[in-house]
Ligand binder design. Sequence first.
Ligand SMILES: [Zn+2]
Ligand SMILES: [Zn+2]
Ligand SMILES: [Zn+2]
Length: 199
Amino acid sequence: METEDELQQIHDIEKGFALLHDMSVSADIISAKTKLLAELATEPKTLDGTPLSQLGKGLRQPGVETLLCMVCQKAGYIENKRPVMANCPECHGAGTRPQTFECFPCQGSGKFTQWRTGRIVRCRVCKGSGRFTSPTLTQACQTCLGHKTVPIDNQFVVDYVKCSKCQGMGETKAPFKPVFNDNTRQKLLQARERAATSK
Ligand SMILES: [Zn+2]
Ligand SMILES: [Zn+2]
Ligand SMILES: [Zn+2]
């Protein structure tokens, strides 16, 4: 779905090209149009679909005192970097693995030291693996901790989030500063004096 701004942009582009078309200009124009529309479609957007070029334009309210938004530094959006996830190679995305048990006779080492010769030999019970795999019981995968996916090293995607502090404007209204007229000021001073003398 296009936003209203995008629809306006598309409309403007269409209108501009329609004008040129009426003037019967070459096929270059048509390809330029295709390119422009494609650029518009691939422009980075925030998660709520606002093109980044529409953000951080300020409040645009003449006469309103503004403050720079310190959260987004006037960009109107914030970048959230998150790792690209892939199916866990250990459990193939299942999140669980068959439960394993330590071999009791060799205490999980898979080996024995032969009493007579002092030679190290393979445990015959577990065939040297040190563990048994349960055919029925499962446990959480230790690689992905049951999450089914793992982050791929050094691969990230960036999410753009519209700044909630300034609603994407990049600016906020300056806080309201009370301005006292002389009458109010006088009353305040009198009240303060009364309070001081009554002590
Ligand atoms: Zn902001
Ligand atoms: Zn064993
Ligand atoms: Zn896993």
